[in-house]
Design a binder for this molecule. Structure first.
Ligand code: PLP
Length: 370
């Protein structure tokens, strides 16, 4: 049995047709048209219980750039963020003219270590422009410490790219947070529309600034007022999003079913006794199903062995960002947990509608070749 890493599941052509016909009738294809506005209103109402404000963006990387540039303290040099994350985070930082400063993650949740963050803040003093924790693999991390720091004057952007769907309806992860929370709607994320993103904040004024900046920084007279860019979601993307909303509840349940299926099989497999560690982050709408190879066994070797058996695994987030050439000049604190994770982490094949037989095959291969 050949098992790919994932099978993106987006709305089918038939499900899109009603929205595409509405688009044709309106003759509007972008610029926060009726479909984008409806998607924003519906996501805000259903997922965030109507509390705060959102704006759609063309992808989460642009959303991060816009959010960082909207909140950063001017004239400062550093953006503090985990190295155990996707390259988009530190790349967005650099596009905003800042230097990434990498801080370690916790061993239990794989999210930014707040004690290490405080050590970095003490070290960098007044030269920190923004802090950007990440909701690793969709984990609904505790934001209370960040809300406190934000209220005390330290700007916070949350990279919640994989976390649309985390938390129940009306209590989406991020709800009520007054910094910026950025979600990706990429095809590989739980709420996949192809390319797209959403920026949320409890602070509606912050969202209106980000929305202006995503439209060339235009003011009401269409004069560029700030160094904006074009990050608008097209009506085509919004159509996919509206169709996605119709089935999102089932999709979230599907992801939980597959995650449970893996957890049960892993518990029964004996792999834990051999030094394997099941995923640390507890996501209720998981993007992936990550786990750690035993110490001394590299993820790259495991992935190569499983590929021989026709099973495609990946290693997010390895190499860690500080190990990638674009970030060679970044600052960093001690990163022992990040380096351990980068050597051992791998993600098993994961998609909605994955069958029991497919999960069995993955676990059998892991037991045999892992
Ligand atoms: C997917 C992802 C991004 C990038 O999202 P895009 O919409 O593809 O730009 C950023 N950060 C993390 C942690 C991600 O998983």
């Amino acid at each position: 049995m050949r098992i790919p890493f994932l099978r993106p599941s987006l709305p089918r052509a038939e499900e899109l047709a009603p929205y595409l016909r509405r688009m044709d009738a309106a003759g509007i294809y972008s610029n926060y048209g009726p479909l984008a506005r409806e998607l924003e209103a519906e996501l805000l109402r259903r997922r965030f219980g109507g509390q705060g404000a959102v704006t759609t963006v063309a992808n989460a990387t642009l959303g991060l750039m816009l959010a960082i540039s909207a909140v950063k303290r001017p004239g400062r040099r550093w953006a503090i963020l985990p190295s155990f994350t996707f390259a988009a985070g530190p790349l967005a930082v650099m596009w905003c003219g800042l230097q990434p400063y990498f801080v370690d993650v916790t061993r239990d949740a794989w999210t930014l270590d707040e004690a290490a963050l405080d050590a970095a803040l003490a070290e960098l003093g007044d030269d920190v422009a923004v802090v950007m924790p990440g909701a690793t693999f969709g984990t609904a991390m505790d934001l209370s410490g960040y809300e406190r720091r934000r209220a005390a004057g330290l700007p916070v952007v949350v990279d919640a790219a994989p976390a649309m769907g985390a938390g129940d309806d009306g209590r989406q992860f991020g709800t009520g947070f007054a910094g910026a929370v950025v979600y990706s709607l990429h095809a590989t994320k739980p709420f996949g529309i192809g390319e797209g993103g959403l920026v949320y904040s409890a602070d509606a004024e912050l969202i209106s600034r980000i929305r202006r900046d995503a439209n060339f920084g235009f003011n009401a007279e269409r004069m560029a007022e700030t160094p904006g860019l074009n990050a608008k979601l097209s009506e085509y993307g919004a159509a996919v999003g509206l169709a996605m909303l119709e089935t999102f509840a089932q999709r979230r349940a599907e992801r939980r079913r597959v995650a449970r299926g893996y957890a049960q099989r892993f518990a029964a497999s004996g792999l834990a006794q051999r030094g394997w560690q099941a995923q640390a982050p507890a996501a209720d709408c998981p993007q992936f199903w990550p786990l750690l190879a035993p110490r001394g066994r590299s993820n790259a070797a495991v992935i190569a062995a499983l590929a021989q058996a026709g099973i495609e695994c990946r290693r997010y987030f390895a190499p860690a960002c500080h190990q990638q050439p674009a970030f060679a000049a970044a600052g960093r604190g001690p990163l022992p947990v990040t380096e351990d994770l980068a050597a051992r982490v791998l993600s098993l094949p994961f998609w909605e509608a994955m069958t029991d037989a497919e999960m069995d095959a993955v676990l059998e291969a892991l037991i045999r070749w892992g």
